[in-house]
Design a protein around this ligand. Structure first.
Ligand SMILES: Cc1cc2nc3c(=O)[nH]c(=O)nc-3n(C[C@H](O)[C@H](O)[C@H](O)COP(=O)(O)OP(=O)(O)OC[C@H]3O[C@@H](n4cnc5c(N)ncnc54)[C@H](O)[C@@H]3O)c2cc1C
Length: 512
C-alpha cells in the first residue's frame, strides 16, 4: 500500500513488525524483501512521490570541510531517494576491502566478502544489471580487445551500468499492490524514542502534513542515507546528550566519500591501439554497457601503502592542446602528434578518519531537527599515496603497448589537488566487532540498542574504490534475511559472540 501522511490524523499511532525509516534505495529494497517474506512493514518516507523544493530544503546544511555540492543537491528527499541522481556505476567490493590493512588505519570489516557474496547476484537483479559478470579479463577476451594485460601489479577491473534504476518509479506499482508493506510519504521521522534504562527503541516519532504521528514496531531500520542516519541518532537526546546508539562516540564520525581526481595524468597511445574497452560508451556485454578501469593489485597497493583506487581513460584531448606548455622532452615522451591523448581520471578510496564527520548545529530546520555540518576531510597521507599510485600505474602502462604517461598528480601537486565528491556518504554509523569503536555489529544491529538496525553505506567501515550502491543493496537484502527471522527477546541481550576478524591491531579501544 502507498499512501500519504495527510491521511493520518494528528497523534496517530501505527504498529508494524518492522518500521523502516526512509524509502530510498536501501529502504525500498528491505521493504520489498520483507514484504515477500510475509513480514508486516511500515516505511516512513520524508518526501512525496515526486521531488519538491520544499522537501529538498529540509536537506540544507553547512559544510566546514572540503566543499562538495550543496547538501540539498547531493541527495534527493522523495520516494526512491537519491536513486533519482545516481548514474548507475556498479561494481562489487573486493575480498581485501573487508580485511584489516596495516597501512589503512581503522580498516577491517567484521564480515568478509563470503558473507555478502550470496547477495550480489540478487542485488544485480534489483538494480536491473542483467545476466553479465564482473570478470574484466574474460570480457576483454570475449571482445577480442586484449590491449593492456593484467601483469605484475597492474590489473583491470570492470564497472557495469544499471539503467540506472529509479527506485521510486520502478518499484512504485509493486509497493502500491503490496498487502504487507505500508509506505507512507510525507512522513518525516524527527525523533527516535528510547526509554531510560531500556536497551530498545520504544517508538519513532514523526511529523506529516496533518500533524504528529508515532510508529511502534518490534524492530526498526534506519535507512535515511549516510548523512541523515547519524543526524537522527545524534538528534535523539532523551536519554543521553550523545544521542542514540552512540556509546562509542563514533556516530557521525569516519565520514567518507570517494574522492575523484580528474586529469591526474595524460596517457598517449598509438593511434592503432584499440582502447575501447577502457572508454565510456564503447564497450558492451550481452547485458549492456561496461567499462574497464586500471587498478593496482592488493600487493601493489600494500607496497605503496595506498588506499584502493581506479583510473579511467577519460576525455580525449586534442594532440596540439595536450602537448601545449610541455617541454620538448615531455612532448617527445608523449609520442607527439602521432598519438591519441587521453585524460586519466582517478576514483579513490579514502582512509577512515574520525575527524571527517557529521555534527549537529544549533540552527534547526522547519521540522525542528538540528541542521548538520559536514566536515569532509581527507588525510594528506592519502593524497600522497594517490600520487604514488598514479606514478606506479603510469610506469606499468608505459612498459606495455608503447603507451606514454605524463603524470600531473605528483607528490608536489597532491596536497592541493581538487578533490571532487562522488555523492557516496559512507562510514558514519560504522560496522565493527567492538562496541567501543563502532556503531553496529556484523548484523547491522546497533551495539547499544537491541531492536535498531542501520542500512545504507553509513555502515561501511571502509569504502573500497567501487561505487557503493550495489553493496548497499546486497547488504539490505542480507539485513532483510536477518529481520525475516523471529526477533531476539528485547532487553535481554546476551554477550555477543565475536564475529569475523578482531579489531585491527592498534585500533584505539577508547572513544575517538
Ligand atoms: C550525483 C550522484 C551520482 C551517483 N552515482 C552513483 C553511481 O553511479 N553508482 C553508485 O553506486 N552510487 C552512486 N551514487 C550514490 C547513490 O545515490 C547512493 O549510494 C544511494 O542513493 C544511497 O541509498 P540510500 O537508500 O542509503 O539513501 P537514499 O537513496 O538517499 O535514500 C534515503 C531516503 O530516506 C529518506 N529520508 C531522509 N530523512 C528522512 C527522515 N527523517 N524520515 C523519513 N525519511 C527520510 C529520503 O527522502 C530518501 O528517500 C550517486 C550519488 C549522487 C549524488
Amino acid at each position: 500500500m502507498l499512501r500519504d501522511a495527510n491521511e493520518l490524523s494528528d497523534g496517530a499511532t501505527l504498529e508494524a513488525e518492522v518500521c523502516v525509516v526512509g524509502g530510498g534505495i536501501a529502504g525500498i529494497t528491505i521493504a520489498r524483501a520483507l514484504g515477500a517474506a510475509g513480514v508486516r512493514v511500515v516505511v516512513l518516507e520524508a518526501g512525496g512521490v515526486a521531488r519538491s523544493d520544499e522537501s529538498q530544503a529540509l536537506y540544507r546544511g553547512h559544510m566546514s570541510g572540503i566543499s562538495t555540492w550543496a547538501l540539498e543537491d547531493l541527495r534527493v528527499r522523495r520516494l526512491g531517494g537519491t536513486s533519482d541522481h545516481w548514474a548507475g556505476w556498479c561494481m562489487p567490493l573486493q575480498e581485501e576491502d573487508f580485511l584489516p590493512r596495516a597501512h589503512i588505519p581503522h580498516s577491517g570489516w567484521p564480515i568478509s566478502l563470503r558473507d555478502v557474496a550470496p547477495y550480489y547476484r540478487p542485488a544485480e537483479a534489483v538494480v536491473e544489471l542483467g545476466e553479465g559478470h564482473f570478470d574484466a579479463v574474460k570480457a576483454k577476451h570475449d571482445e577480442s580487445r586484449p590491449s593492456f594485460a593484467s601483469r605484475g601489479a597492474l590489473e583491470t577491473r570492470m564497472f557495469r551500468f544499471s539503467p540506472p534504476t529509479r527506485f521510486g518509479e520502478r518499484y512504485r506499482a509493486e509497493l502500491e499492490r503490496s498487502e504487507r508493506v505500508d509506505v507512507i510519504t510525507h512522513a518525516a521521522v524527527t525523533h527516535l524514542a528510547l526509554e531510560r534504562g531500556s536497551r530498545a527503541l520504544a517508538r519513532v516519532e514523526g511529523k506529516g502534513p496533518s500533524g504528529a504521528f508515532v510508529v511502534e514496531a518490534n524492530r526498526y531500520v534506519l535507512a535515511a542515507g549516510g548523512i541523515e542516519n547519524p543526524r537522527l541518532l545524534l538528534a535523539s537526546r532523551d536519554v543521553s546528550p550523545d544521542g542514540v546508539a552512540n556509546g562509542s562516540g563514533a556516530v557521525g564520525r569516519y565520514f567518507m566519500d570517494h574522492p575523484h581526481l580528474y586529469d591526474a595524468g595524460r596517457i598517449a597511445l598509438p593511434r592503432d591501439l584499440d582502447v575501447g574497452f577502457y572508454r565510456r560508451g564503447t564497450s558492451r556485454g550481452m547485458d549492456g554497457e561496461r567499462i574497464g578501469v586500471f587498478a593496482l593489485t592488493s600487493r601493489g597497493r600494500e607496497e605503496l601503502s595506498c588506499p584502493d583506487l581506479t583510473v579511467e581513460v577519460g576525455a580525449e584531448a586534442d594532440p596540439e592542446e595536450a602537448l601545449q606548455g610541455l617541454s620538448a622532452s615531455d612532448a617527445a615522451r608523449l609520442l607527439g602528434a602521432k598519438a591519441r591523448h587521453f585524460r586519466l581520471d582517478v576514483r579513490a578510496e579514502q582512509s577512515p578518519d574520525p575527524r571527517s564527520r557529521i555534527t549537529l548545529q544549533q540552527e534547526r530546520d522547519a521540522l525542528g531537527l538540528p541542521k548538520v555540518d559536514l566536515h569532509w576531510f581527507v588525510r594528506d597521507e592519502d593524497r600522497a599515496a594517490y600520487a604514488r599510485a598514479v606514478g606506479r600505474l603510469g610506469a606499468l602502462l608505459t612498459v606495455q603497448r608503447e603507451a606514454r604517461v605524463l603524470q600531473q598528480l605528483t607528490p608536489d601537486t597532491a596536497r592541493t589537488w581538487p578533490l571532487l565528491p562522488g555523492g557516496h556518504h559512507m562510514g558514519t554509523t560504522r560496522m565493527g566487532s567492538s562496541s567501543a569503536t563502532s556503531v553496529v555489529n556484523a548484523d547491522c544491529r546497533a551495539h547499544d540498542v537491541d531492536n535498531l538496525y542501520l542500512a545504507g553505506s553509513s555502515v561501511f567501515p571502509t569504502g573500497g574504490s567501487a561505487n557503493p550502491t550495489l553493496t548497499i543493496v546486497a547488504l539490505a537484502l542480507r539485513l532483510a534475511d536477518h529481520l525475516a527471522t523471529p526477533p531476539p527477546e528485547v532487553g535481554s541481550r546476551t554477550a555477543e559472540e565475536p564475529v569475523g576478524p578482531a579489531v585491527p591491531p592498534g585500533e584505539p579501544e577508547a572513544r575517538p
